[in-house]
Design a protein around this ligand. Sequence first.
Ligand SMILES: [Zn+2]
Length: 117
Amino acid sequence: MAEVHEGSCHCGAVTYAVETSLDGLIECNCSYCYRKGFVLAFAPKAAFTLKSGEDQLGEYRFNRHNIAHMFCKTCGVQPFGFGTGPDGSETAAVNVRTLTDIEPWSWTAERVDGRNF
Ligand SMILES: [Zn+2]
């Protein structure tokens, strides 16, 4: 069930809200996600709202450059990224570890083999 969740980077410069479900979370073993330890939830980009910190965001792209990985230039935390889904729709990928309104470890995530896609 999709609900509105709040999140932030570590220093608090970047804050956001997203309407998403915490069912179907994934952890990915690709070269980037694995290093970062992401647990990801996905939402249509229209369901994502940046509340503060637009000028604090840096962007990192690699491989096919399809995904804009957004990080805070002050604390380095990456709360979310933007890309396109398999059907071409604009999608936000939220780092569940940066949600501030849920208990740590209250989620479960499925491991996906992004390394061998
Ligand atoms: Zn920060």
